[in-house]
Structure formats: C-alpha cells, structure tokens
Design a binder for this molecule. Structure first.
Ligand code: ARG
Length: 469
C-alpha cells in the first residue's frame, strides 16, 4: 500500500519528482522522536476511548521494535515512503499488520513533524547547553591561569592601554554567558506541544492535547492550532542564537589566529590543535581557529536561508517548511563540532610571556596615564593630550620608550613632566589604578573571576540535573 498516496492521484509519481519531494534522506535522525511522539499519541487515544487498549498495546510494542531496528542500524530509509513519518508507519505495518492503520487517527503529519522538531530541538538544546558550559569553563580556567600576564589592550587594533590577559579572556566569557542565558530562554519557549492541532484546525475526535503534553513531559500546549502547525519561530530563533554564538566564536578565533602569528607571538597553539603544510615544512597553522571562523559564514547563511524560506508563507503548513530540517541539522552538527574542539584548544595553548613583555615595553600604552598625570598637575586634558603626543612622536623617532627617555631632553621639551613620574608608568602601575568593578585592576579581575567560578558551579548543577531527568 502506498500510504502517502491517496487513490485520488491516479498514476504513480514521477521518479524524479518523488526524489525531489522526499525528505527521508535527511529527516531520518528524527525517528526516535517520531516514535516517542507516536507512543504518547496512541496512549492518549486509548485512554480517551478513541482506539481499543489492546490495539494501542500492539502498536506501541511494534513502534518499540521499529526504534530498536533503527538503533541497531537494521532499518534503512525507503524513498517510496517519502519521509521518516511514513517510514515508521510503513515498517510498523510490515511488523503488526492492518492494526497499524490506527496510529494516524486524529493526527496529521503537520502536527506530527512539528512535534518531532520540538522534541529533537529540546534534546540537542540540552547537549549544546552542556557544551557551552564547558566553553565558558575553559575561558575561566585560562583567566585563572594567566592572572600574572599583562597585555597591551587594543582599540582599532592599535595598542591602547594595558589590561590583564585574564580580563581579556573574561570578556569572551561574558559573551558566552549571555549566549547560555539566551539558550535557556529559547528552551523555555520551545518546550511546548503542537500535538492535537491535526492538519491545522484540530480534530473531531475527543483527544486530549494536555494528556500528550504530560506524557511527553513538555511544559505547555500551543494555544492556537493554526500557529501550532505553521510555527517555525523556535527554529529561526535557534538559528539566530547560533549565529550570535558563531560571531563570538569567530572573533575569538580571529584573535587566536593573529596572536599565534610570528609577528605577534603572544600565544602558541598546542601541536594537538595545529596542522602542518604539505609543502612548507616549517608551518604550524591554526586550522582549528581558522575553520571556526570560516564556519561562521555557513551558520549565518543557514539562518538567512530559513528566514527567507519562511517570509512569504501563508498559513498554515506549506511544503516549503520541509526546508527547515537541513538548515537546522547542519547548524546543530556544526555547533556541536566546534564546541567539541575550541575549549580544548583554549586549555592547551601556551601564553608566550616573554614575547608579550617585550611588546609591552615597546609600545606607548602609558600615554593616556602620562596625560592624566599632567591633568592632576593643572593642565587641561586637551593640552596634556597634545604634549604627550609630541613626546611620543620624538621617542618613536629615536626608538626609545618612556622609561628610556633622556631626562635633560624631557626637561627641555616638557618641563611640566616630573621625570620621577616615569618610574611609575609601568604596565603593572597602570592596571592597578583602574579600580571600577568592571575594570582591569588585578583585585577587580580576581573578583570577576570568582563570580564567574560561582556562576559555573551553579549552572553545572543545573546542567547535570537536566541530563539525569
Ligand atoms: N516531510 C514533511 C516535513 O518535513 C512532513 C510534513 C508533511 N506534511 C504534509 N502535509 N505534506 O515538513
């Protein structure tokens, strides 16, 4: 029996058209969720007296067998059955015979596929949350480890003012914490059951969407059946979330690429996370970081793709919506892959303290503070800014640092500057003076670090509880 094909359609489908419309080559991964949803549906149908209890039992044990065959890779997708939903029913029919025909009572593939996607997304969402927790932990560990290192902080990618390297790592921590919280909020909204909507209007059977919600341990039921089958917001929201995470990942990856160049030399990426060149024997390429940066384009593209697919669709279900799957699955796989390697790369990289120190001695990141000193001695900031700019210009010409400046010469061009000040303009002096709770003074960074560690512990328990339930 060709289940997807009603007798209204007289001829067989054109082979190429069948191939074109089928989704089973990519929706196969939904099978466990499809079975889970079907078991809840059939259980509810029997409780409500829509089908007989013994029929429900036969169907449920058949569904469990289909799942078992899938888990042990003994089941192959069949194109003639179009999608994963029809494949489950088709195989069920082979296993238990005509009683399988009761499974689809009071249900449409429209509410079925929507439910499958919700269940799948909630499942992968939990995995991504744990992976993101590990990403945050790796940044916090780096920050703890590198507390003794001061780097030139940059604006416009020019040395600006010194900051603690830990402070820099923890800026990324803050971005990923926001991503984590956004994922939690998305999880709340996605935790909603569309089952019961049928094709779009509900069904004439006395079903209980509330009961299937309860059986599936979901938090709520859609309040509008038309919305329930046509809503893909939770997928677009997921892709937006993923895009933002990837923008953060990509900025971090870009810095790791730059910092690991010979020209910067601030870090060395561990051998385990570096690749060589097939022609240049000396090469150590930051491939993991580069590909992380590169895959950002793909995730942003998938987001753009699904938004564009959805933007002109009339209510309720349209086949265009089948396009959601490849977009979302690709992004889930891409994010999972990235979150599996980036924390390890961060944990194993080594910070080249000597090289960083050398660079700090050569730049003029103390210039703002020298101007600030002049201000405390009565100059306006504008005058001070101008004067220090001139000093830096002279020093650059002679290849000297503030500390190496000849005192006679200083007296001549900037009598307002007390030469003694120059001894207190080291990077360590400068960071200590920035005392706002968010700023780079070591004791402040220490506090920020402790707060981050507390956050991690608190959310670690939450992540663990969730994977146990
Ligand atoms: N394969 C379809 C999808 O992924 C399932 C829903 C099909 N519904 C329908 N009325 N053709 O969206």
């Amino acid at each position: 029996m060709d289940m997807a094909r009603s007798p209204r359609l007289k001829t067989h489908m054109d082979q190429r058209a069948a191939h074109f419309t089928a989704s089973v080559s990519f929706d196969w991964r939904l099978l466990p969720f499809d079975v889970e949803g079907s078991i809840a549906h059939v259980t509810m149908l029997a409780e409500q007296g829509v089908i007989a209890h013994d029929a429900a039992e036969t169907i449920i044990s058949g569904l469990k067998q289909v799942l078992e065959e899938w888990q042990t890779a003994r089941l192959s997708p069949r194109l003639e059955w179009e999608d994963v939903h029809m494949n489950v029913e088709g195989r069920l029919n082979e296993l238990i015979g005509p009683v399988s025909g009761m499974l689809h009572t009071a249900r449409s593939r429209n509410d079925q596929v929507a439910l499958d996607m919700h269940l799948y997304m909630l499942d992968v969402g939990s995995g991504l949350k744990a992976a993101l927790h590990d990403m945050i932990a790796s940044l916090v560990e780096r920050a703890r480890n590198d507390l003794d290192v001061i780097i030139p902080g940059y604006t416009h990618m020019q040395p600006a003012q010194p900051v603690l390297l830990s402070h820099h790592w923890m800026a990324y921590k803050s971005m990923f914490v926001r991503d984590y919280e956004r994922l939690e909020q998305w999880h709340e909204r996605t935790n909603c059951s569309p089952l019961g909507a049928g094709a779009l209007s509900g069904t004439p059977y006395p079903t209980s969407p509330e009961r299937t919600r309860e059986l599936l341990a979901l938090k709520s039921v859609y309040d509008n059946s038309i919305d329930a089958v046509s809503d893909r917001d939770f997928l677009m929201e997921f892709l937006s979330w993923a895009s933002l995470v990837m923008v953060h990942m990509s900025r971090l990856a870009e810095e790791l690429v730059i910092w690991s160049t010979q020209e910067f030399g601030y870090i060395r990426i561990a051998d385990e996370y570096s690749t060589g060149s097939s022609i240049m024997p000396q090469k150590r390429n930051a491939d993991v970081a580069e590909l992380t940066r590169g895959k950002t384009g793909r995730v942003l593209g998938r987001m753009q793709g699904l938004f564009t697919t959805m933007k002109g669709l009339p209510l309720a279900y349209d086949s265009d919506m089948q396009e959601d799957k490849e977009a979302v699955f690709d992004v889930v796989d891409t994010m999972t892959g990235i979150l599996a390697v980036v924390p390890g790369m961060l944990r194993t990289l080594s910070v080249q303290r000597g090289q960083i120190k050398k660079r700090l001695g050569q730049d003029f990141t103390a210039a703002t503070d020298l101007a600030d000193l002049l201000v405390t001695h009565g100059m306006t900031f504008r005058e001070a800014h101008h004067l220090v700019g001139r000093i830096v210009g002279f020093l650059e010409g002679s290849g000297k640092s503030f500390q190496e400046m000849e005192r006679d010469w200083l007296k001549e061009i900037a009598p307002a500057v007390d030469p003694e000040w120059l001894n207190h303009l080291t990077a360590a002096d400068l960071v200590i003076k920035r005392q706002q709770s968010m700023a780079t003074a070591p004791h402040r960074v220490q506090e920020q670090l402790e707060a981050a560690e507390t956050w991690l512990n608190r959310h670690n328990d939450a992540t663990k509880d969730e994977s146990q339930s």
